[in-house]
Structures are given as structure tokens and as C-alpha cells.
Design a protein. Structure first.
Length: 404
């Protein structure tokens, strides 16, 4: 029997032929994978990376740093007995406060004590702390203030045409300390407009033609520039034509920030920084009466006054006790507690002559803001005004705090 028919023989030959072709052909029957060519991504050229310089935040220095008595510059140059009576005045308010009772009790019995005993008292009862700026610098600025004399009248006349106002009846003072303890040092001032509390009028409006405070005049004075400086000083004497006088004292303020008219004049080239003084501002205003209102309006802050009783020799400061000429200091109470002794190292006005003195922090001021910042009370009258008007010196300050 034949193994395959002719038909199948043909199939067999074809299969064999195909197999031989698959074996010996170049490509073969089974397709081989294409060679894999690695794909190299095209990237833009990389710019060199400059490492970022990270500047750490500047460390804020504490306002007060304890020091030794040897580090209080000029401590031995001053006679501390001259500051003792000012401390006793501070104690009228401080003697009820924690930490001050024993200090004030000891100070009360030091009358007529020799200088060494008074110095030992301060060195024993107090610890000195130097005030420093945020960057650590101990240097700040001290200016001066005084009690000016102004010619005035109780009624308006052609000569006395500028009003000195009492505290307005519609002035609102808002204390936020109960709701926001962090704002305990701030007071908001305003007035009602319908049911809304709005900012109180600024200087330009109060002194303007509308005269919103008409009828609330306390006195009338002769010179608007002297009235302006009275508001900066905070206290003054009104001198009447019959020879009598009355002391007026800060009662309140309109709530607007203090702006320096001296800075405004410097920025406009009216006066150089070296020329700046109260005396030169007065002289410029007298020569330029048509621009006086424009000048004064640059400071929107406005101060209201109260009349003090008879027999007041020196006005009270913010502590509520009479100021002592040459020994009382106005400070920023955010950094210096009212009533505390403060040792001051500076120079006399317009001089390199050292002024080292133990003072008492008994007052504040709208322009007295900052850690190492103070206002030196020179006293009453023109001579004190001459010193105060020229004082703008570098200063270093040490606060004396009770050691127990």
C-alpha cells in the first residue's frame, strides 16, 4: 500500500520546503523583535542653581537688661538726695502697689539724710536695668518740655482771639481692656454721629471756620503758635492783664496721632535739621502769618485742658503728682513703669557737657514713644523754655526697680 497518495505527497513536499526556508532564510518565519534603541529624552539646559541665602530673623532684644551699679554710667557723679523728694512724690501713688510699700516706707524717713546714706538706700532697695532698642543699641533720644506762660483772657477780644478749649462734652473715650487685655494701654476716642461712633474732629476742623467746639472755651489767648506749644507741653500758666494767673493742665486729647511740624518743615526745605527748635519755629511763624494755619494743621492731634485750683506751684504729670523741675521725666509706659526712678546719661542742650542725673518717671507724652525715649521736665517760664526748646540729645537710660 502506498504510504501517501499523490495529493498528500504534494502537501508533504510543500511543508518540507517551507520548513527549510524558515530554517535557512535570513529573517526566518518567526519575526524577531526589532532592536530596542534607548530613547534619550531631550531636556533644556539646566541653569546653575544659586543656593538661596536664608537670613535668620533678627533676634529682638528684651527692653530691659539687668546690670550692675558699676555699669550705670555716671552713677557716682550725681547727688541722689536731689531726687529723693521726687521719689517721695512718686510714693504718694506707688505706696499702695505691690513691691513698693517697703521702699516707700524707707524713703519717707530719709529727709535730711546725708548723700552717702541716700545713695546706699538706692543701691540696696533697687536694681538697675538698662533700656535697649530692639536691635540691642542702648542709645535713644531725650527732648525737653516745660510750663509756658501765655497772655490770656476769660473772654474773647480782638487781642485774645484764639480759644483754649476744655474737654468737649461729646468726646467719647472707649476702654477696650476688658475685652482685649492686650490693648490695655490704648484708649479710643470719638464722637457719635447718629448711632455710629466716628473719629473725633482733627485740628484742622477744630480750628477751621465751622468751629464745632464753639461755647466750650476755657480761656482765650493772644498767639496761636504759643497755644500750639502749650498743647505739646501739656501744662501752662495763663497770665491775665490784672496780674493774676491760673495754671491749666492736660484734660484729654482728640485721639488723633501726634505729627511733628518740625519734620514737615525739614522735608520741605523750610528749615534744616540743625536749625530746628521751638524758638526758630516761632520766628518763622511770625514772619509767615499767612502760612501759620497750614503749618499747625500738619499735626492733627489736639489737646484739651482743665483749670487747676489756686496755690498750684507745679502741674501734675500722668502719675498724678506734681512734677519736679529737673527731676521729672516723661516716658513711654509700655517700657518704663510710672513712678520708677530712672538714671539718665546725656549732654546739656546744644553742648557736649555731660548731664548725668537721677530722675523719676512721672509723666507721659503723645510724642514720647519708644524704648529708649524720654522727655526732660525743665520747669516753669522762659528760662526753662529756652533749655527745653533746644534739647534733642542722645541718651542712655537705666530703670531702677525694687529689688524685693
Amino acid at each position: 500500500m502506498k504510504l501517501f497518495s499523490r495529493k498528500y505527497n504534494l502537501y508533504f513536499v510543500a511543508v518540507v520546503y517551507l520548513a527549510a526556508w524558515c530554517v535557512f532564510s535570513v529573517s526566518g518565519c518567526v519575526s524577531k523583535p526589532e532592536p530596542v534603541v534607548p530613547v534619550i529624552p531631550v531636556t533644556p539646559p539646566v541653569e546653575p542653581v544659586v543656593p538661596e541665602v536664608v537670613v535668620p530673623p533678627a533676634e529682638v532684644v528684651a527692653p530691659m537688661q539687668p546690670v550692675t551699679w558699676d555699669e550705670v554710667d555716671g552713677w557716682l557723679d550725681d547727688d541722689p538726695t536731689l531726687a529723693l523728694s521726687a521719689l517721695q512724690q512718686s510714693c504718694v501713688s506707688l505706696r499702695w502697689r505691690d513691691g513698693w510699700q517697703e521702699v516707700c516706707a524707707r524713703a519717707a524717713v530719709l529727709d535730711r539724710a546725708p548723700s552717702k546714706e541716700v545713695r546706699d538706700f538706692f543701691e540696696t532697695e533697687f536694681e538697675p536695668h538698662q533700656l535697649r532698642q530692639e536691635d540691642g543699641s542702648p542709645v535713644g533720644m531725650v527732648t525737653g518740655y516745660y510750663v509756658p506762660d501765655l497772655r490770656g483772657s476769660r473772654v474773647k477780644t480782638s487781642e485774645y482771639a484764639y480759644p483754649l478749649y476744655q474737654r468737649p462734652a461729646d468726646l467719647l473715650t472707649i476702654d477696650l481692656s476688658d475685652l482685649y487685655p492686650s490693648l490695655a494701654n490704648y484708649r479710643l476716642r470719638g464722637r457719635l454721629e447718629g448711632t455710629r461712633v466716628v473719629p473725633y474732629w482733627d485740628r484742622d476742623v477744630i480750628d477751621g471756620p465751622e468751629q464745632p467746639l464753639s461755647g466750650q472755651e476755657l480761656f482765650w489767648v493772644a498767639d496761636p503758635v504759643e497755644l500750639f506749644f502749650l498743647q505739646i507741653q501739656g501744662s501752662g500758666q495763663i497770665l491775665f492783664e490784672d496780674g493774676s494767673r491760673v495754671m491749666v493742665n492736660y484734660a484729654d486729647q482728640n485721639g488723633h496721632p501726634y505729627r511733628s511740624i518740625g519734620k514737615w518743615m525739614i522735608e520741605r526745605g523750610i528749615m534744616s535739621r540743625d536749625q530746628m527748635s521751638m524758638q526758630n519755629i516761632r520766628a518763622w511763624a511770625r514772619k509767615n502769618p499767612t502760612r501759620t494755619a497750614e503749618l499747625l494743621a500738619q499735626n492733627p492731634s489736639y489737646v484739651f485742658f482743665r483749670e487747676l485750683g489756686n496755690g498750684v506751684d507745679s502741674p501734675p504729670g500722668a502719675l498724678g503728682v506734681p512734677l519736679t523741675p529737673g527731676r521729672s521725666l516723661a516716658v513711654d509706659t509700655r517700657y518704663v513703669p510710672l513712678g520708677a526712678p530712672v538714671f539718665l546719661a546725656t549732654t546739656w542742650p546744644n553742648s557736649d557737657r555731660p548731664l548725668r542725673r537721677l530722675m523719676l518717671a512721672q509723666d507721659t507724652g503723645g510724642a514720647i514713644k519708644g524704648r529708649v525715649r524720654a522727655d526732660f521736665f525743665w520747669g516753669m517760664g522762659d528760662q526753662a523754655g529756652a533749655q527745653a526748646g533746644r534739647m534733642k540729645q542722645d541718651v542712655r537710660l537705666w530703670v531702677l526697680l525694687p529689688s524685693k
